[in-house]
Design a protein around this ligand. Sequence first.
Ligand SMILES: Cc1cc2nc3c(=O)[nH]c(=O)nc-3n(C[C@H](O)[C@H](O)[C@H](O)COP(=O)(O)OP(=O)(O)OC[C@H]3O[C@@H](n4cnc5c(N)ncnc54)[C@H](O)[C@@H]3O)c2cc1C
Length: 478
Amino acid sequence: MDTDVLIVGAGPTGMTLANELLIAGVSTVLADKLSQRSDLSRAGGVQSRTLEALDQRGLLEPLLATGEHPAITGHFAGIPLPHDANRHRLPWRSVPQVVIEEFFEQHLAAHGLHVRRDHELVALAQDDDGVTAAFANGATLRSRYLVAADGAHSAVRSLLRAGFPGQPGTLTIAAADVRLGGVDAPTSHTWNEDGHWAAVFPLGTDPQGRQLHRLVLGGPGRSLPRDIPVTEDEIRHGLSTVFGPRVHLLELRYARRITNASRQVEQYRHGRVFLAGDAAHVHLPLGAQGMNTGMQDALNLGWKLGAAVHGWAPENLLDTYHAERHPAGAAVLRNVRAQSLLMDWAGTRDPEVLAAREIFTAMAQLPDTQRHLADLMSGMAIRYPLHGTEAHSLVGRPAPDLDLGPARVHELLRSGHGILLDPGDTFAGVAGPWSDRVDRVGQGARTEPMLIRPDGYVCWAGAADPEPALNRWFGEPR
Ligand SMILES: Cc1cc2nc3c(=O)[nH]c(=O)nc-3n(C[C@H](O)[C@H](O)[C@H](O)COP(=O)(O)OP(=O)(O)OC[C@H]3O[C@@H](n4cnc5c(N)ncnc54)[C@H](O)[C@@H]3O)c2cc1C
């Protein structure tokens, strides 16, 4: 083997996974076809759960220190979700994808993991022991596992002939990075009576300290083929159609057309090959979910691959990646479809849609509804279908960030180990044999007993014997 894991694609999904494998102590090659990092402006919003996960790896503070990354208001179908509906420790932040990628690339390089650029994967073959990958530059590489993080047009997915069912794109909207004059709210979705609409989100400031915005424009007649460039005139016209003279374009930095294609790969695992991020799911970027979902795929898969490479993965641990992340991805696709309908982003002005939107908007003012939507859109609503979910409400959910006295849960997770919270100090004997992969926190943990996986999800809680759960998730003891 040349390496334990080959990751194809150094976008946010591939880089997050590389960091997980670094923490797990697994040799990794991260290959990308580009000769330098992409400067395409795409994601801008980072959800609460992704921020929590970055904090659990000690990366949140340094990432936020890279510039001005304001807290932003989440939304569902353009209906704002106020911060107080957001019960989560960390509110959404505006951090451009290019900043995240640069941050991760530097962080990985500082730990000796350099992206292998100009490495376009063009062929792969797998057998019982590993995967052989071939690159357009003539290089080949043999690894135990391969992860496709090569984006929406994934070459790996095509080479595997993996089923990728869903709906093809039927319409486009224009998305642009701009400087605007006359914006009076940090985040807004505005519709006019003819069905034209504009969404405006803060994107931080440029080096001169000037405010940048992401602008998305849609409505009747706005759907043009993807290869037709978005022009300044088109942006100016779109702004004046929605806002009149109030909001105007100061500068157009970058623009592209995005489609409403919605697809998800049938199987996230193909033997020794795994699909993650946009390679596994594509949808309209409504509510800042694509990059976040890909990073969560990586966090779910990383420690499991680590366990497999180190030889302690219980049988079927690698299969739980599909079992947990396919439903999570499907749920994202469903909420994007609902948002797309309610936003009437094609500008149909269909009376049935408008009526549904009116009722939904009124319901979205109710505190319980706001909390439900805020959970959904912050990535916190995910509950993995783990054994024991029927027995305890915490199982399958992100662990609460409890203060355990000497440290908080997110600080303990930085080790990349599992954590057994054992307030009664009763499980020292049971947990001892797993001490190389599970850290036990005894007295001082003012909580009920629970077992937390390295990705921060509770996999057992309650008063019963944790040994079966230790076996199920952390394999045979030493
Ligand atoms: C306008 C816009 C706004 C968006 N806003 C948000 C947002 O606010 N929040 C959010 O969460 N998401 C958002 N998204 C979605 C987000 O950008 C994607 O979901 C995200 O980039 C997916 O990351 P990834 O790493 O899976 O794939 P990518 O970012 O596409 O990375 C794939 C990498 O693989 C490389 N690659 C491709 N083929 C090969 C090959 N054969 N060999 C080697 N390397 C290869 C590519 O060069 C690339 O570096 C937005 C998207 C758009 C278009």
